[in-house]
Design a binder for this molecule. Structure first.
Ligand SMILES: NC(=O)c1ccc[n+]([C@@H]2O[C@H](COP(=O)([O-])OP(=O)(O)OC[C@H]3O[C@@H](n4cnc5c(N)ncnc54)[C@H](O)[C@@H]3O)[C@@H](O)[C@H]2O)c1
Length: 260
């Protein structure tokens, strides 16, 4: 197999190809904005068709095709395969994957009805969906000679939030998965990291504050926690993408120590 490029050491984003799940709005959209600004091509996969408008706008501003959108449910392998295949057929391959799609629409899960679909839905998007996207991404990146994946976990991936118990469990799962991928540079030159923000002022918080439009009893608690500026998240994501020593959230060092 011909190795075309190794993008684990990303000195320049010019011409790199990025797949961004949940890139239609919020944090994912902000990451897309920065990728486009730096000269990368982006393929947005999101459950909402709003990503179509976002991609169109990038193309209009660039005066050429720099972005694509595909309606994607990350909890389905077929959708993930189609999304990454689109990046390959339109832009030649995949260097970067931002696995950011997430939901919090049954956050108050301890006191919601005993409905199988509630817990299944949040895990299928935030944890299982991220795992499925990553497996497809890794196959494409291995073909390319390497790549860099950044997942959006959460501060809830480390700490407890009693009002968001199931959500927090999904984000702990993301961190466990990312740490367990720390061996991948040895195998296929793919690095996997995660960013773990506290609250960010996006439409996501609407789903924390309400369920099906009905205000949650703990509605006010989101207003008492400081939000993290989007620029801080962008900084973290691009540090991970551009620095080839960052892998598996500091696990790279441990692997090196063992070798020495
Ligand atoms: N906003 C916060 O306070 C906050 C804090 C920490 C972590 N996060 C995480 O950051 C990520 C992005 O959050 P945001 O604040 O931008 O939220 P958002 O609700 O504004 O955007 C979520 C994105 O995910 C997409 N999405 C949802 N379900 C999907 C599915 N099944 N398949 C594909 N796409 C799907 C949506 O279409 C949208 O593009 C999420 O993983 C979230 O858990 C958010």
């Amino acid at each position: 197999m011909e190795i075309q490029s190794s993008s684990t050491d990303i000195a320049s984003f010019e011409g790199k190809v990025a797949v961004v799940t949940g890139g239609s709005r919020g944090i994912g959209k902000a990451i897309c904005d920065e990728l486009i600004r730096l000269g990368a091509k982006v393929v947005i996969g999101a459950i909402s068709d709003r990503g179509q408008k976002v991609a169109k706008q990038y193309n209009k501003e660039a005066g050429k095709k720099v972005a694509m959108f595909l309606r994607t449910d990350v909890s389905r392998y077929d959708d993930n395969k189609a999304l990454f295949q689109l990046a390959e057929s339109e832009f030649g391959g995949v260097d970067i994957a931002i696995l950011n799609a997430g939901t919090c629409d049954n956050s108050d899960n301890l006191f919601t009805p005993l409905d199988d679909k509630l817990e299944e839905r949040i895990f299928n998007v935030n944890a299982v969906g991220m795992i499925k996207s990553s497996k497809v991404a890794i196959l494409h990146m291995a073909k390319r000679g390497g790549g860099s994946i950044v997942c959006t976990s959460s501060a809830g991936g480390f700490y407890s939030i009693p009002a968001l118990t199931a959500y927090v469990a999904t984000k702990h799962a993301v961190i466990g998965y990312v740490r367990s991928c720390a061996f991948l540079p040895e195998v296929c030159n793919v690095r996997v990291n995660a960013v773990c923000p506290t609250f960010v002022d996006t439409e996501f918080l609407d789903n924390v504050r309400t369920v099906d439009g009905i205000p949650e009893p703990y509605y006010d608690f989101t207003d008492t926690i400081p939000t993290v500026p989007m620029s801080v998240i962008i900084d973290g994501v691009f540090k991970y993408l551009g620095d080839n020593t960052k892998n598996g959230i500091l696990y790279h060092k441990k692997i090196n120590k063992k070798k020495n």
